[in-house]
Design a protein around this ligand. Structure first.
Ligand code: PLP
Length: 299
């Protein structure tokens, strides 16, 4: 059973629904496309953030820890959701931020500060060192009552929350699509998926080949029903061009669904491109996970 404080937070969230996308291209190619709307869960703890944090926060509360320490960039969706959740749950939060303290705070950093997160700016080399610490008590110098959470909330507990996405999908589908940063969300989906479904990750980063190596140790079975699309990074993490931004604008105008340019925009651009190129078989049903992150739109 979830900790009562977390149960209360969960009750305040909106259920994620499944929306079918109707488009002449999909009709022509005889492809059924559905979006799993995790973006609807909460304006801030949205998408995969809630899925990943749910059982981590439960663990924090069960240990009676009072402080969560984590890391991220100046636009981190992960720190944004964590700072907000920390405030809701009365937990102190500390964020190690990559790079120098900027003179002008991004809206993400301003929110973090407003929600009480203690910000510690660290050099890129120190940031890389922090990436080595994977367990909640493994950060050197960690004190009693403090809980270390690696970048992006990439832990095994995150996988348990991600698995719940699939439990909520009541239709039968052939393919599942998800954007990838660290690959943790994808690993959770692979672990929970049926083997007759193929899972396609879309790397948000250039050179996303590392995902193959990073996802493997998170898997509970030797599944080979997954692969990563590496070509839709648009120049690198958080990079975008006019074509991508126009796609996102058109998507909103056509379906009333907002996407952002870091993760979900790239995945859906890639997905439509693959459909155009007959990558998927006619008659296939695809579910793509909208992992939220809309706060990142205001870059
Ligand atoms: C909105 C959004 N979608 C997708 C991802 C990628 O998730 P993961 O790091 O688990 O691959 C992230 C990053 O955590 C994210 O913020």
């Amino acid at each position: 059973m979830l900790h009562p404080k977390l149960q209360k937070l969960e009750k305040s969230l909106t259920p994620s629904t499944l929306t079918q996308i109707f488009d002449p291209l999909l009709e022509q190619k005889k492809i059924e496309l559905w979006l799993k709307r995790d973006d609807l869960i909460h304006p801030i703890i949205s998408g995969n953030k809630w899925r990943k944090l749910k059982y981590i926060l439960d663990h924090v509360l069960s240990l009676n820890a009072q402080t969560i320490i984590s890391m991220g960039g100046a636009y981190s969706n992960h720190l944004h959701a964590l700072a907000f959740a920390g405030k809701q749950l009365n937990l102190h939060t500390i964020g190690y931020i990559r790079g120098e303290r900027p003179k002008q705070f991004s809206s993400t950093l301003s929110d973090l500060e407003r929600w009480g997160m203690e910000l510690r700016f660290v050099s890129r080399s120190d940031y890389r060192i922090l990436r080595q610490y994977k367990n909640y008590n493994s950060l050197p110098g960690i004190q009693r009552g403090e809980y270390w959470l690696p970048e992006g909330g990439a832990t095994k507990l995150a996988l348990k929350g991600v698995a719940e996405i699939l439990m909520e999908i009541e239709i039968k589908y052939d393919c599942l699509c998800v954007p990838c940063g660290t690959g943790t969300t994808m690993a959770g989906l692979i672990n929970a998926s049926l083997t007759d479904c193929h899972i396609y990750g879309f790397s948000a980063l250039k050179g996303g080949g590392f995902l193959l190596k990073d996802i493997e140790p998170l898997l509970i079975a030797n599944n080979n029903n997954w692969s990563i699309q590496l070509a839709y990074h648009f120049g690198g993490f958080a990079k975008a061009n006019t074509e991508l931004l126009l796609f996102i604008e058109r998507f909103f105008n056509q379906y009333g669904i907002e996407l952002e340019q870091v993760y979900t925009g790239k995945m859906l651009y890639g997905l439509f491109d693959l459909i155009k190129k007959d990558f998927f078989k006619s008659g296939q049903k695809i579910v793509a996970v909208h992992t939220g992150g809309l706060q990142g739109k205001a870059r």
